[in-house]
Structures are given as structure tokens and as C-alpha cells.
Design a protein around this ligand. Structure first.
Ligand code: ATP
Ligand code: MG
Length: 613
């Protein structure tokens, strides 16, 4: 999954802004409260040095104060500076009260910020998962699971941090900077100018740094995705890895990727360290400027000692935010990358109803009319495929590997859509494009070529097609799929827990569980894509018998490489490199002198026996 590194277009930016806004639903109020409380805390930070200044210069120093009217009024209410000078503890209490307000504001900030952050993360996860669930099958086939998972976890986390830490911090820093600037200018504008001299430099540097480092972060993120995809794929394919003794090879491959990924971070270490060290020096210079020039102004009598102390306090208070501003901006580049990566998923179009969304009856004839299809970016696979299948009959499909059998089924189930000019697939004369997707899929029970079982109990796996399916129906389906006896022989029966992807079941048991699952759907159309390949011929025959007996009225599409499986079908299609080369009944085809006859002869023995039985 490649993320575009090109400059974001206006539409992309506006999409991302809207996306963030949508994600903020439910957490906005929390963030507003947290920002307000952050502003109160910043204000409290600013007020303490002013009280100290008044205590030193006016209350103790006895100098005339030039204060705003409301502050003067407050001082007068407490008896004026001469009284406060004799009762200095009142000013100490005032500092304590301000500190108390700050603690309270900070407490509220943490609480509401955490609430906001967690609500935001939940909303993001829910929306992302919901969206991914609704994305077309074709999209999933194109993307790696490990990468999608990374986007749903660490990228979501980065976005959370962006809003709950970086945005609020930047707001807080800006408030703090604005307030301290205001207070400092009111005390001595010349010293303020000197003290602020390094600030634009610090901010510009971090800006430049953040721009440069963005590409490197993107590279790191993409390689982390590759690494987790590799690990995930390996865990999924653990059987293959073990069976072929490829542990060493896979370990080396993982290590190489891991080393490359680590080296990317290592490469970042130097510029990052340089950046932080220089930032430290700059902050030191800032304090030094205040100390040097402040002392000069004090000696010259242009500034009072209390104001000097307050200046130093502001300088110290600002050191942290100015340095953080650099960090926040540089971390924002990471968030930008994550937003890109999450937006990439959210931008993908959900499965759409492109037709009339009819709830057409499905127990009708199925027809492929001049169907030609190729996967995106690949050559054409199906060439002008046309056939009709009568409702309630069984259609067998035989064809070499890669001839396009599964593709035909995916097209029928609208898991891939036929492009314009690619022919038509109809059920009862209605184009599948015009049949509502949910309705279509509910009425087509599909057993995929590679059955997938969830790590849940056997009963849950079979009854997955409906919520709270009664046990009776599960048993009934299992018995039609000849799985009943096997399950009964397990110690925990239907409650037996199936290992991840069904590893604790045999291939044939897995296939039968998948068939049972499809049977619970009681659909008028059933697709068995090579679904009997892993069961022995006897069970194969029993399952087909049971299917016929119980689901005689259903239209069954039966893909198989086994002649015995296909022989009883009403009609058989032979597919060769995406073209239908033969069609007819078993009896017609086995004497037609084509591929079917050849395969019949190769598989002779048992095929002939069954056919003539
Ligand atoms: N998602 C995909 N993207 C691109 N090409 C694909 C995709 N899925 C399948 N193909 C290609 O399409 C061709 C037909 O695949 P399909 O799965 O339909 O074959 P099949 O007849 O079912 O084969 P088999 O008997 O082995 O199951 C193959 O060459 C395959 O490589
Ligand atoms: Mg197939």
C-alpha cells in the first residue's frame, strides 16, 4: 500500500480536515473544556511572578506602583501596599491561592483531556473498522492485512496524540507566550525585545527541521508496516514455514527488514540529537540575555528588583514552552503522515450499489452473457463466457488451475464487479448489478475455495450466518455436510474451540464445516468452489447425496477437479484459459473427444465406476 508523497492537493487537505472533524464528534466538548482549563493554568502561571514583584517592589520596597485599576482596587481592599508590607503573609497566601487555582485547573485539564483523547480514539477505531468492513472485497485483496492493522493501531494512536497532546499543548504554549509577552512588555519593553530575540529563531529552526524530517518519518512508518505485515504473514503461514523447514530463511528475511527499519531510526538519531542540543543552547542564551541585560537595567535604575525577578521567572516559564513548540511542530509531521495513512483508508470508496438495488427473486435461471473480465492491472482472464443454468439444477465446472473458475463465482456474488462492456450476468433475467448486494449475497451460499474458520467454537463457526441461530439448525446443517459424527466424537462436541483459522481441524473437517455454514443459509443458490477436494470420495458422494435430498430445489454451482464429483451434475462446463471449450452432460462429454474425455480417462477407475453405478 503506497502512500503518496506528493504534495497534498486542496481536496485531500479538505478531506482530511473534514475527517478530523468527523472523528472529533463526541470529544469536542471535552477538548474545549481542557483547553479552557489549560488557559486558566497558564494565566495562574503568569500571576505568581506579578505578586512576587509587587511584594518586593511595592509592599517591601515601598515604591509607587503603576498598576491597572482593578489590581490597585484589589490591593486597596486588603489595606494598600504599606499594610501588606507589614503583613507580608497575605501576599504569601495569595501566591498559595493562585497555586491552588493552577493545580485545580491542571487537574481538570488532565481529566477532560484524557476523556477527550479516549473518546476520540474510540470514535476513530469504530469509524475506521466500520468503514473497512464496508470496503469492497477487491480493496481487501489489494492490501496487506499487517499494514491495515498498523494504520488502525499505531496511526490512530499518533492521531490521538496529535489532538490530545500536540494541539492542546500548542494552544497552551501560544496562550502562555501571549500572556508572558503581555506581562513582560508592561514591565519593560526593551528587555522583552532582548529576551524574545532568540524565539523566532528557535521556532523557525524547528519548522525547518520538521519539514526535513517528515519524509524520514514517512519512510519509518512504511517500513514498520512492512515489518508487521511480514510478521503477520509468517504467523499465518506458520505451517508452510515449518513444513518446508524455512524458519531460518524467514528469520533472516525478517532480521534484514528489521535491521533496515532500525537503521532508519538510527539515521534519525543524529539530526534529532543535534536539534535538541542546539535548542538547549538557544534556551540557555535566552536566560543569559535576561540575566545580563536585566542586571544592567537594574543597576542603571531603569528597572526595579521585583520586576527583574518576575522577568527571570517568565524567562524560565517560557523556556519549556518554546522548546516544546519545536518538538510539537516536529511531532506534528508524524501526525500528518498518520492522518494521510488513515485518510487513505477512509477515502477508499465503500461498496456501492451501482444499479437499481432490486430484491429480485433468486430461484431463477442464471446466465452469463459474453462475460469478459480481468483483474485491475492484469490481463483478461475470462474471455466471452456465455452459458445458461436452469434454476434448481446443478452445474459442474471443470477447468485447469487458473482458468478462471473462482473468478466467475466472485463475479456472480458481486465480490468483483463487471466493468462496462464486460458482458452481463443475470439471475432470472435481472442483471446482478441491479440486484441489491445484501439480498444477492444472502441468497447465494458460497463455500470459498479456501474455507476460513474463526477462532471460536464449531457451533459459532457454523451458525455465523445469523445471530443466535438455534442449535437445531446448526446440527441439521452439520449433518447434511457429514460433519455431525466427527463433531460428536470430539470431547466438547459443538463447543470445541477451533484454533486460529481452524488449525485444529483437518482439511476435510474444515471444508465440511464451511459447507455446513453455507447450508445454514438455506439459499436458493449454492456455490461449492472446490469444496469437496479434501474429503474422500465416499464422503464426497454422501455430501452430494445429502445436498440433493435436502436442497433439491437449489441451483448448485459445483467446481471440482474430480470427475466423480461432477458426473451427476445436470450440465458441466469445461473451462480452458478463461474460455468455455465444452459443455454438456457427463455422458455427452465423456465421449466428445475433448479435454473432459481425456481427464475422464486419466481419472478413469473410480470415475467410470461412479458414472456407471
Ligand atoms: N485478486 C486477483 N488479482 C489479480 N489476479 C488474480 C486475482 N485472483 C486471481 N487472479 C488470477 O486470475 C486467474 C484466475 O484465477 P481463479 O482463481 O479464477 O482460477 P481458478 O480457475 O479458480 O483456479 P483453481 O482451480 O486453481 O482454483 C489466475 O491466473 C490468477 O492468478
Ligand atoms: Mg479457484
Amino acid at each position: 500500500m503506497e502512500t503518496e508523497t506528493k504534495k497534498k492537493t486542496k481536496e485531500e487537505k479538505s478531506f482530511q480536515r473534514k475527517l478530523l472533524w468527523r472523528f472529533l464528534k463526541g470529544s469536542k466538548l471535552f477538548f474545549i473544556i481542557s483547553m479552557l482549563t489549560a488557559a486558566v493554568a497558564a494565566l495562574a502561571d503568569m500571576v505568581s511572578p506579578q505578586i512576587i514583584r509587587m511584594a518586593v517592589d511595592n509592599a517591601l520596597g515601598g515604591k509607587e506602583a503603576d498598576l491597572p485599576a482593578y489590581v490597585q482596587a484589589l490591593v486597596d481592599r486588603f489595606g494598600g501596599f504599606s499594610y501588606l508590607g507589614e503583613h507580608i503573609w497575605i501576599m504569601a497566601v495569595a501566591i498559595l491561592i493562585v497555586a491552588g487555582v493552577k493545580v485545580l485547573a491542571q487537574y481538570c485539564f488532565r481529566v477532560y483531556n484524557t476523556k477527550g483523547a479516549e473518546t476520540l480514539t474510540k470514535t476513530m477505531r469504530d469509524q475506521l473498522f466500520g468503514h473497512i468492513e464496508r470496503l469492497p472485497y477487491a480493496w481487501h485483496a489489494r492490501h496487506r492485512t499487517g499494514d491495515i492493522i498498523q494504520r488502525c493501531t499505531s496511526d490512530i494512536d499518533t492521531m490521538k496524540r496529535f489532538v490530545s497532546e500536540q494541539m492542546t499543548s500548542i494552544f497552551r504554549i501560544l496562550v502562555l507566550l501571549a500572556l508572558s509577552l503581555g506581562f513582560m512588555i508592561s514591565m519593560n519593553w526593551k528587555l522583552t525585545l532582548i529576551a524574545m530575540a532568540p524565539v523566532p529563531w528557535i521556532i523557525l529552526r524547528s519548522f525547518y527541521f520538521h519539514k526535513k524530517i517528515g519524509a524520514a518519518f514517512l519512510d519509518c512508518d512504511e517500513n514498520e508496516g512492512k515489518l508487521s505485515a511480514m510478521a503477520q504473514e509468517n504467523l499465518t503461514g506458520v505451517r508452510v514455514v515449518r513444513a518446508f523447514g524455512r524458519e531460518r530463511y524467514e528469520k533472516d528475511r525478517f532480521e534484514a527488514q528489521n535491521e533496515y527499519y532500525t537503521s532508519l531510526w538510527m539515521k534519525l538519531a543524529r539530526p534529532m540529537s543535534r536539534f535538541w542540543s542546539v535548542s538547549d543552547v538557544l534556551s540557555g542564551i535566552q536566560i543569559m540575555l535576561i540575566v545580563v541585560f536585566g542586571s544592567v537595567y537594574c543597576i542603571r535604575g531603569e528597572m526595579l528588583p521585583g520586576a527583574y525577578i518576575a522577568f527571570l521567572s517568565y524567562g524560565a516559564i517560557m523556556t519549556w514552552p518554546i522548546r516544546m513548540l519545536g518538538r510539537m511542530i516536529s511531532e506534528m509531521s508524524k501526525a500528518g503522515v498518520s492522518i494521510d495513512r488513515v485518510a487513505y483508508i477512509m477515502e477508499a470508496e465503500e461498496e456501492q450499489e451501482h444499479g437499481l438495488a432490486l430484491a429480485a427473486p433468486m430461484d431463477r435461471d442464471i446466465a452469463f452473457e459474453h462475460v469478459s473480465f480481468g483483474y485491475e492491472g492484469s490481463p483478461e482472464i475470462l474471455h466471452d463466457v456465455s452459458f445458461t443454468m436452469q434454476a434448481g439444477t446443478t452445474l459442474g465446472i471443470l477447468g485447469g488451475t487458473g482458468s478462471g473458475k473462482s473468478t466467475m463465482m466472485l463475479l456472480l456474488d458481486k465480490l468483483y464487479e463487471l466493468p462496462e462492456g464486460g458482458g452481463r450476468i443475470t439471475i432470472g433475467g435481472v442483471d446482478v448489478k441491479d440486484i441489491e448486494t445484501g439480498h444477492l449475497r444472502k441468497n447465494i451460499a458460497m463455500v470459498l475455495q479456501e474455507p476460513y474458520l474463526f477462532s471460536r467454537s464449531i457451533a459459532e463457526n457454523i451458525g455465523i450466518t445469523e445471530q443466535d441461530m438455534p442449535m437445531e439448525r446448526i446440527r441439521e446443517a452439520a449433518s447434511a455436510a457429514c460433519l455431525d459424527e466427527t463433531v460428536e466424537s470430539f470431547q466438547k462436541g459443538y463447543d470445541t474451540f477451533v484454533g486460529e483459522r481452524g488449525v485444529t481441524l483437518s482439511g476435510g473437517q474444515k471444508q465440511r464445516a464451511a459447507i455446513a455454514r453455507a447450508l445454514t443459509q438455506k439459499a436458493p443458490i449454492m456455490i461449492l468452489d472446490d469444496s469437496l477436494s479434501a474429503v474422500d470420495t465416499e464422503t464426497d458422494a454422501r455430501i452430494r447425496g445429502a445436498l440433493e435430498a435436502r436442497f433439491g430445489s437449489a441451483s448448485i454451482l459445483l467446481i471440482s477437479h474430480r470427475i466423480t464429483t461432477l458426473s451427476k451434475a445436470d450440465k458441466i462446463l469445461v473451462l480452458d484459459h478463461g474460455r468455455i471449450v465444452e459443455q454438456g452432460s457427463h455422458d455427452e462429454l465423456r465421449q466428445a473427444g475433448g479435454i473432459y474425455q481425456k481427464i475422464c480417462e486419466i481419472q478413469s477407475g473410480s470415475a467410470e465406476e461412479v458414472a456407471t453405478a
